[in-house]
Design a protein around this ligand. Structure first.
Ligand code: PLP
Length: 356
């Protein structure tokens, strides 16, 4: 018997997606950092990304980076979230480079790097409108100057991250601003910056638009590689697979049931009070997976069923088809939020499929 629920992860399709993006971006003069955070730092997926030609691996959690390092994978490892001061020891141990926004943290990285006689590279993140992480542009040159002076620290470059918190689109204006800031820093520190990293999968539209990329020679890609979509409008990217990752879950109950609850209605376990329409009796089933394992709103059925409710451990579906027998498996395609949570759930088997 197959284990359910499970994620089926097609490594050949992920390879194809990564290789295609690396190849196209190389033509634009842009290198790709492969972002592994949605895979919980899977060493197998990391290897696929490296084989496909990414120049480095990036993850926001030092635990994931440690996991990849311990699998003896030899790659440039980048921590793409500003480190916790409480973790600087592991950051210097396992990451070659970290993204930073606080000089206080960079000073601690310097102290730790001196202690263990290592060099740690730092990239400064700049706030260019999205209001997630970032040093304000007017403070950047001064912090760059201070960073460049710290022992055992190399100021490797600058970067920005858009379209994450607020959906601000990367465009010619904000990317040109990043290039200008890089030039300002080089003038102030009299040292070249090796890396100007323009953003994430949301930057692909800009990168492929034919716009002058200026000094932005690197992007960090996660979702577009794994799910085959750009992230501003979630449109499929031409020639990429959008079905590399599939959720399979098992039916544990299947009945004709009313659509309207009866009794006095108050709050439920996960939602505010609401009223259900009476649509008569429908064929309803329960799948053995729940909010603990997945974001139900991020699932699309491959079998034409619709999701009508969820609790911690139950996913309620409706179907006009007859495919809801007990023990049947149904499959779904996850969005990024659903994928992220499923990879983190110990209850899902992660089944890696690979032909080549
Ligand atoms: C998650 C993340 C990325 C990758 O974003 P995708 O949308 O998955 O391509 C890039 N940079 C930073 C700083 C991130 O946190």
């Amino acid at each position: 018997m197959s284990h359910a629920p499970r994620l089926e992860i097609d490594l050949d399709k992920i390879y194809h997606n990564a290789h295609t993006l690396v190849h196209h971006l190389k033509h634009c003069g842009i290198s790709v950092t492969g972002v592994t955070k949605a895979t919980l730092g899977s060493p197998d997926i990391a290897k696929v990304l490296l084989r496909a030609g990414v120049s480095a691996l990036g993850d926001s959690r030092i635990e994931n980076i440690e996991c990849i390092c311990r699998a003896n994978i030899d790659a440039e490892m980048i921590l793409i979230r500003t480190p916790m001061i409480s973790q600087v020891e592991n950051v210097v141990n396992f990451a070659n480079l970290s993204f930073n926004t606080e000089i206080q943290v960079i000073r601690q990285l310097s102290i730790q790097a001196q202690k263990v006689d290592r060099i740690h590279k730092v990239l400064l993140m700049v706030e260019l409108g999205d209001l997630r992480e970032g040093i304000l542009p007017e403070d950047l040159v001064e912090i760059a100057r201070q960073t460049a002076c710290l022992p055992n620290i190399i100021l490797e470059g600058i970067g920005t991250n858009l379209a994450c918190r607020s959906g601000v689109a990367p465009d010619v204006t904000n990317m040109t601003r990043l290039t200008e800031l890089a030039i300002d820093i080089e003038a102030a520190t009299k040292q070249p910056l090796n890396m100007v990293s323009g953003g994430n999968s949301a930057n692909l539209t800009w990168a492929f638009s034919g716009a002058d990329i200026g000094r932005v020679y690197n992007l960090r890609l996660g979702e577009s590689i794994l799910l085959g979509r750009e992230t501003l409008h979630r449109k499929p990217i031409i020639n990429l697979h959008t079905d590399a990752i599939t959720l399979v879950a098992e039916v544990i109950e299947s009945k004709l049931k009313p659509t309207k609850p009866h009794g006095e209605i108050a709050q439920s376990a996960f939602a505010a009070k609401r009223t259900a329409k009476n649509r008569g009796t429908t064929r309803q089933a329960i799948l053995a997976i729940g909010i603990q394992d997945v974001d139900p709103q991020g699932l699309k059925s491959n079998d034409g069923v619709s999701i009508c409710g969820a609790s911690s451990d139950h996913l309620m579906i409706e179907s006009s088809n007859d495919n809801l027998a007990i023990g049947n498996e149904l499959s779904f395609r996850p969005n990024y939020a659903a994928l992220l949570r499923m990879m983190t759930s110990p209850f899902l088997e992660k089944r890696l499929l690979q032909q080549s």
